[in-house]
Ligand binder design. Sequence first.
Ligand code: CP
Length: 309
Amino acid sequence: MSELSVNHLLGIKYLSKEDIDLIFETADHFKEVINRPIKKVPSLRDITIANLFFENSTRTRLSFELAEKRLSADVINFSAASSSVKKGETLIDTVNNILSMKVDMVVMRHPNPGAGVFLSKHVDASIINAGDGAHEHPTQALLDSYSIRERLGEVARKKVVIVGDILHSRVALSNIFALKLQGAEVKVCGPKTLIPKYIEKLGVKVETNLRKALNWCDIANMLRVQNERMEISYFPSTREYTQQFGVNKKLLDSLDKEIVIMHPGPINRGVEITSDVADSNQAIILDQVQNGVAVRMAVIYLLASKIKR
Ligand code: CP
């Protein structure tokens, strides 16, 4: 396969296994490029990309911008906090105004689930979802699987437990879709109140005992509790959450085997993960961030190749 089956990256649920394989093969090439002294290729000199962030971001926003610049695309950045959205402009009007400046591709983070799908139906540009509310974060799941493949050789047949606030996590949902598509076994672990009722319908098992989950898995992907998406309390206190679902070095060292620790960031040190775990050799957290640039270069490059120009 030489091109993606989709014109937008709106969610992992729209991708095939072949799409993911193609993205990873392309990312392998770009990973080699960004380790050269000159970390840049001229591939997208004729493409302009707008990064629209209606929600806070550190890693995703910078990673996309760097990926675009490494591909030699022209880049414009938009942050909702300092824009005319504050004056009442709609999403479609905002984006159409930006597109009238001859923009070809939009990378968008938005608090509303489905915002990327909505936009793709109303504007004439390739859309990449950089996180839509508690729905999907497809490039995060791609870079997570890419990092598993890099550390453990392949994703197929690996046992992955996703720990924490599954209910509010777009990272969890996109990871479940991506891991299942590639043949991994997936469990989720967390307080019952933070595990959606439908989760087993996605082919995922639930384990509420963290030690059992960790003894079962090859990889634990630790998630942050998304307090900003909660209107009520889902567990008695942060201290009790950490006691039951936090990972520390003592716990890891007491397991039957050495497992790989992942975290999409931002980390709440001392809550879901202690510093001695986050900074240990078992953690691949900064590898995930580094791989994000190559994976996003691959996604942008492959989608740009489908734009008529
Ligand atoms: N992983 C992630 O999406 O981080 P940011 O919110 O900093 O982009």
